[in-house]
Design a protein around this ligand. Structure first.
Ligand code: UFG
Length: 327
């Protein structure tokens, strides 16, 4: 049985939908601080907090867990700069708690959500997994710290792990059952769609003077369902005895902020207000993944490599759920 920490969140909820579809037994562990209870659907659910060892012990004693997935981190870069303490506690100390309680029970397989933020400002594009790691903010530092912790646990205790470094996760369940509901929302695609829906006065483009063809930042947008597929392959890889490993997850295609806005205008079928503002601190001009390793080693084949499809799925969900999940 799989323990899915953070299974009520954006990516975790898409993961458990896939586990249900595959008939893979699992239990969701989430404190619902940022996750959404309705997104758990009919998966088994245990409320608890990874910062509390007793909560973890209770669940691990109750279920025959053989593999742990971790989606339960704080993710906002700006918030991590303002409040690093909360990030080190929730993204590192809490994971240490999880690893310790797992180790006690001989649970030795971990799939961990990492990020492109471990690389910092890229020195080459596309970015391979062995690119130097120089995180530019506490968020990236905490994710890299856990990757390194997992390296030590592999060597010393034989705990095998797969770290999946997401680039720009986006989109929504193609069937429309799940979507992105962060409060506050900082990500580009949902913010563009809020402007398109008239729920925000405009979408502000953060910087138009980058060294890119249209002057706006280029990102590698990867569909949340493709991310879930990669996790399923990572589970099978570990279950088949694969050694600890790290993989980038990106579509390999870069789209600029202006291109995302144009795609959104096509999807929604009408114009909406766009403002042009100054750069957001810490944004690299271009982030594009080299995801060849995930394709070769895991056999990952992303289905949605066009940002327009990602925007379409996000728009479908937003139209059906204008206020997000019920709270
Ligand atoms: N952007 C705007 N206007 C907005 C919001 C975003 O122009 O209202 C721009 C940003 O400046 C950036 C691009 O759109 O150039 C994408 O921004 P997001 O906030 O959607 O995503 P990021 O690339 O900043 O961050 C993502 C993940 C992080 C992760 C990072 C890796 O959300 O968790 O990639 O570097 F750390």
């Amino acid at each position: 049985m799989i323990l899915v920490c953070g299974g009520a969140g954006y990516i975790g909820s898409h993961m458990i939908k896939l586990l249900r579809a595959e008939g893979i037994d699992h239990v969701v562990f989430d404190n619902l601080e940022r996750g959404n209870a309705p997104a758990v659907k009919d998966s088994r659910f245990e409320k608890g907090d990874l910062r509390n060892r007793a909560d973890i012990a209770r669940v691990l004693d109750q279920y025959p867990i053989s593999l742990v997935m971790h989606f339960a981190a704080y993710i906002e870069v700006g918030e991590s700069v303002k409040d690093p303490s909360a990030f080190w506690e929730n993204n590192v100390i809490a994971v240490w708690n999880l690893l310790e309680e797992s180790r006690k029970r001989d649970i030795k397989q971990i799939v961990f959500s990492s990020t492109a933020a471990v690389y910092g400002e890229p020195s080459m594009i596309p970015i391979p997994e062995d690119h130097p790691k120089n995180p530019a903010n506490p968020y990236g530092e905490t994710k890299l710290a856990v990757e390194r912790m997992l390296g030590g646990y592999n060597d010393a205790y034989g705990m095998r792990s797969v770290c999946l470094r997401y680039f720009n996760a986006c989109g929504a369940d193609p069937a429309g059952e799940l979507g992105e509901d962060h409060r506050p929302e900082t990500h580009l695609i949902p913010r563009v769609l809020l402007a398109a829906a008239g729920r925000a006065p405009e979408i502000t483009v953060f910087g138009t003077d980058y060294e890119t063809p249209d002057g706006t930042c280029i990102r590698d947008y990867v569909h949340v369902s493709d991310i879930a597929d990669a996790h399923l392959l990572a589970i099978r890889y570990l279950e088949n005895g694969g050694e600890s490993n790290q993989f980038n997850l990106g579509s390999g295609n870069g789209f600029s902020v202006k291109e995302v806005i144009s795609a959104a205008k096509e999807v929604v079928g009408h114009d909406f207000p766009v403002g042009y503002g100054s750069r957001r601190a810490g944004d690299p001009a271009r982030l594009i993944a080299d995801s060849a390793k995930a394709r070769q080693v895991l056999g990952w084949e992303p289905k949605f490599d066009d940002v327009k499809v990602c925007v379409q799925h996000a728009w479908n969900w937003m139209q059906a759920n204008p206020d997000g999940y019920p709270r």
